[in-house]
Ligand binder design. Structure first.
Ligand SMILES: Nc1ncnc2c1ncn2[C@@H]1O[C@H](COP(=O)(O)OP(=O)(O)OP(=O)(O)O)[C@@H](O)[C@H]1O
Length: 419
């Protein structure tokens, strides 16, 4: 029996899942539960091993800081997560998922994880540092990207998506904030905390707990696909829809679906109500149109071998797919993280104080913040273990939407407004 096989079995036993054909329960009981090793090891580092530099970005439960390892001089992006905040924001499964998924991925279009460590109050992920900032910032600074810039960036996103989809993963939170640029201007996907795993990753069986049928879903309003809003099965089509939104946003400066409230945004998504700007070339219009198909199975690239069709789309006629990473990428708008942070809403959060990292809690305590019980070992989130990951977290409450969405489901399939 292979190690992965025994791991599959131990997980199946834990969850009373049916045994594979021909397997005998007594055989399984005799096998000790095996642990697997992460490629990116859990180190015994402390935060004092690093010189902390500028803040690269702020997430809902993390702060990402440029950090130089004092002994080797290597530079990383240290994703620092406050344990109390992780619990408070109900992000434990996101942390586990991100750690497990990043550990398994190895592609130039995906941010690399090198190591993890933790201390009494924080969890740390040592990530490849993307000094060019977020794609979001580039769009914001440039207003709109040219067709050639958009084609090259989209091609790099497509290569990364093809890879992660081939690994049985759906990113689920693809948006310009989660697409980062290296200092030489190439793109990398980041933030895999919401990833859905459809199958075992390589030789590690990661237990996919059936997602509770709650009235919640995951994603970001402007990039969420209509089928996700109506609780249809999640497929790679959800990422392809988000890709369509991102292509549109690069060319137009803003995403196709944006309302005055999230609820209005969802209504527009459900009705596929967006304006196709007249300055879009016919190729760009066609690509956006095919990615933003209401039927996830008809979205270009959603079928087997579909990526070949996507890459052959005339929008990419000038893209040399075989040399993508060698091509000169678009010139970056100057990236100043502190300035961007000041512009961002999240920076209004003053609870983070880097001088306190590793020493005491950086989060301002309030009576509503849960207490870390001694038995609650959150370090296990990033430790080597049995590969178990919990079900996913909540971004939106769908209850308040269901009525409106159900009504919208009856509307005409395609309501693309063209000027
Ligand atoms: N490897 C990296 N290099 C440079 N900057 C990074 C890196 N990883 C993350 N960042 C920056 O930090 C921000 C927050 O990171 P990330 O999205 O992973 O955090 P999060 O807490 O999971 O966020 P979310 O609010 O989406 O859940 C990113 O949007 C990006 O600006």
């Amino acid at each position: 029996m292979t190690s992965s096989h025994s791991m599959v079995l131990s997980k199946r036993m834990d969850h009373n899942m049916p045994l594979p054909e021909g397997m005998d329960a007594s055989e399984i009981k005799a096998k000790p539960r095996r642990k697997f090793s992460f490629r990116a090891p859990q180190q015994s580092y402390t935060v004092n091993d690093f010189e902390l530099g500028k803040v690269l970005g702020v997430g809902s439960y993390s702060k990402v800081v440029r950090a130089r390892k004092k002994d080797t001089g290597e530079v990383f992006a240290l994703k620092i997560m406050d344990k109390r905040r992780v619990i408070k924001e109900n992000k434990i499964s996101n942390v586990k998922t991100e750690r497990l998924v990043l550990d398994q991925l190895d592609h130039p279009g995906v941010v690399q994880l090198f190591f993890t460590f933790h201390d009494a109050h924080h969890l740390y992920l040592g990530l490849e540092c993307c000094d060019g900032g977020e794609l979001f910032y580039q769009i914001m600074k440039k207003g709109r990207l040219s067709v050639d810039e958009t084609a090259l960036y989209t091609a790099e996103i497509i290569e990364a998506l093809e890879y992660i989809h081939g690994q049985g993963l759906i990113h689920r939170d693809l948006k310009p904030e989660n697409i980062l640029l290296t200092s030489d201007g190439h793109l990398k996907l980041a933030d895999f905390g919401s990833t859905k795993m459809l199958k075992p990753l390589q030789d590690v069986f990661i237990q996919i707990e059936p997602e509770a049928r709650t009235s919640t879903f995951i994603g970001t309003a402007e990039y969420v696909s209509p089928e996700v809003l109506t609780s249809h099965p999640l497929t790679i089509g959800a990422d392809l829809w988000a890709l369509g939104c991102i292509v549109y946003q690069m060319l137009e400066g803003k995403p196709p679906f944006r309302g005055t409230s999230e609820y209005i945004t969802f209504q527009k998504v459900m009705a596929r109500e967006f304006m196709m700007p007249p300055h879009f070339t016919p190729e760009a219009q066609d690509l956006v149109d095919h990615l933003l198909d209401l039927d996830p199975e008809r979205r270009i690239a959603a079928v087997p071998m579909g990526y070949d069709a996507l890459k052959a789309h005339p929008f990419f006629s000038r893209v040399k797919w075989s040399q993508l990473r060698e091509l000169t990428p678009p010139r970056l708008a100057i990236w100043a993280p502190e300035a961007a942070e000041a512009e961002s809403e999240e920076s209004a959060d003053s609870n983070w104080d880097l001088t306190q990292i590793g020493r005491k809690l950086s989060i301002t305590m309030t009576s509503r913040v849960p207490t870390l019980k001694s038995g609650h070992n959150l370090g296990e989130c990033i430790s080597e273990g049995d590969g178990k990951t919990a079900s996913t977290s909540t971004h939106y409450d769908k209850n308040s939407l269901s009525q409106g969405c159900n009504a919208l489901r009856c509307q005409s399939a395609t309501t693309t407004l063209k000027t």
